[in-house]
Design a binder for this molecule. Structure first.
Ligand code: SAM
Length: 231
């Protein structure tokens, strides 16, 4: 089945499909030289990378959202897919591995995408910088860390009234339970959990957290603490 049909069947209008296909070609080419993804089957890339990333557009949170930051974007999931699909979004892609940013640069240049920034750095350091702190309508992350750690990575970037959306698998309930104090301390409130059904019998969850108050200045903590000693 074509990517266009998959996107339609998923309930979204197929847009910029040729650009997504070129992105897939580049991903698979570069993946032969560097480790970008364990998923190399064309249908699986369509479902597990593209549709999964696009599932964010099935929520209402992107209506009116202008600026989005994707923390731990890796080879560009979900952030680069969001940008290719909706060229009006301002997207910032963050990763601590510079090699992967080289790949993102090539895709951005070849597809001639504007208003997209790549930032090399660790979330817990960038989140303390005024140019990034509390500047985004939405922060998102997929497959980066457990929810308590992610809250400390992502929430500092979100404006008051904005959202952090974590893309999670079925383990989300236990993670939510453990993340209660982190959410409270960092200024977040659980808004809802959205179940996403993908082809290939895959179910994922979008954990939507609203930023209801500013994150206290002492967060995020440095020295690997968000990961090694989650709140
Ligand atoms: N989000 C992508 C996806 O779903 O395919 C990549 C997932 S990959 C398993 C996790 C990525 O997060 C890696 O590229 C890693 O370099 C990045 N990462 C991990 N900790 C980070 C941190 N503290 N700050 C920025 N990036 C981080």
């Amino acid at each position: 089945m074509t990517l266009e049909k998959k996107i339609k069947d998923f309930g979204l209008e197929p847009k910029n499909v040729n650009k997504l296909i070129r992105y897939k070609e580049l991903l698979l080419q570069w993946n032969e030289k560097m480790n970008l993804t364990a998923i190399t089957d064309s249908d699986e890339v369509d479902v597990k990378h593209f549709l999964d990333s696009l599932s964010l557009f099935k929520t209402k949170y992107f209506n009116g959202a202008e600026s989005v930051i994707d923390i731990g974007t890796g080879a560009g999931f979900p952030g680069l897919v969001l940008k290719i699909y909706n060229e009006d979004l301002k997207i910032t892609l963050v990763d601590s591995l510079n090699k992967r940013l080289g790949f993102l640069k090539e895709v951005i240049e070849e597809l001639d995408l504007q208003d997209i920034e790549r930032v090399h750095g660790r979330a817990e350091e960038l989140g303390r910088k005024p140019e990034y702190r509390e500047q985004f309508d939405i922060a998102t992350s997929r497959a980066v860390a457990n929810l308590s750690t992610l809250l400390e990575y992502d929430l500092p970037f979100v404006k008051e009234g904005g959202y952090f959306i974590a893309m999670k698998g079925p383990e989300f309930l236990m993670e939510l339970e453990k993340a209660k104090s982190a959410m409270d301390i960092l200024g977040g409130e659980l808004k809802e959990v959205i179940e996403v059904r993908l082809p290939m019998d895959i179910t994922h969850y979008l954990i939507v957290i609203k930023k209801i108050k500013k994150t206290p200045k002492k967060y995020p903590r440095g020295g690997g603490k968000p990961k090694n000693r989650p709140l």
